[in-house]
Design a protein around this ligand. Structure first.
Ligand SMILES: CC(C)(COP(=O)(O)OP(=O)(O)OC[C@H]1O[C@@H](n2cnc3c(N)ncnc32)[C@H](O)[C@@H]1OP(=O)(O)O)[C@@H](O)C(=O)NCCC(=O)NCCS
Length: 208
């Protein structure tokens, strides 16, 4: 990869459909047959927790190859405080350019901008193999639990990175996924039908 062959900028109104299509292509059949993240993005842009200043697209040779976005959420601390944090995603890179280093560049750029805006920590569900290279660790190491997950369940999918060192030092508690991420299956299906047809496949390695 040539380090100068891409640009990262904020998403514009006119990018929206192309970004949703990019998300659809990138997530399709990866975690389950089909997927829903393109609809999640469609819905979340109108959510009060959505952060326009952290809604990025990546371009190469004049076309969209990646996107990433953030939402505000909270940790409900065990001592009763509400700790403001970020969650992130969908993040994606177009399928034909996966594993060329673009995802890490986009992620690191986004995190740097989030830190510049003064946010203290980012938590979400993800693969430590990718996010660990950008400084994420298991959220359990920070004393943060995932909502509705039994205490003895595997929480290795739940990751955290402090943007302000020590931000979570005196915090233990439960992270809450913003409600906007919970979309209705029928609405996903209806939205998906507005895109060109794609075949849903049950593939090895899918999570759901
Ligand atoms: C996940 C995604 C954004 C990563 O972007 P990418 O451009 O493919 O990743 P990069 O090439 O920048 O990878 C950076 C590092 O993470 C590792 N990595 C990337 N994806 C990984 C994965 N799925 N599992 C384990 N490690 C991974 C790479 O090996 C690379 O390390 P290296 O440079 O030492 O080899 C991209 O693959 C994607 O869009 N996937 C489908 C959608 C998705 O899963 N989004 C994330 C949901 S949480």
């Amino acid at each position: 990869m040539n380090k100068n062959d891409y640009t990262i900028r904020l998403e514009k109104q006119e990018d929206r459909r192309a970004v949703e299509n990019l998300i659809r292509e990138s997530f399709w059949n990866v975690y389950s047959p089909g997927y829903l993240e393109h609809y999640v993005m469609h819905v979340l842009r109108d959510d009060p927790a959505f952060i326009r200043e952290l809604d990025f697209v990546m371009e190469k040779d004049g076309r969209l190859i990646g996107q990433n976005m953030f939402m505000k959420t909270v940790i409900e601390a065990d001592d009763g405080r509400m700790i403001d944090v970020l969650t992130m995603g969908p993040i994606c890179i177009t399928p034909e350019l996966k594993r060329h280093g673009y995802g890490k560049i986009l992620l690191d750029h986004s995190l740097e901008k989030a830190a510049e805006l003064g946010f203290g920590a980012v938590l979400f569900e993800g693969n430590i193999g990718f996010y660990g290279k950008s400084g994420f660790n298991y959220a359990s190491r920070f004393g943060i639990r995932y909502h509705d997950l039994p205490a003895d369940a595997d929480a290795s999918f739940f990751l955290c990175k402090e943007l302000i060192p020590g931000y979570l030092d005196d915090v233990t508690g439960v992270y809450q996924t913003p409600l906007g991420y919970y979309v209705d299956d029928a609405e996903v299906e209806a939205f998906d039908r507005t895109f060109p047809p794609k075949v849903k496949l049950k593939l090895p390695g899918q999570l759901f």
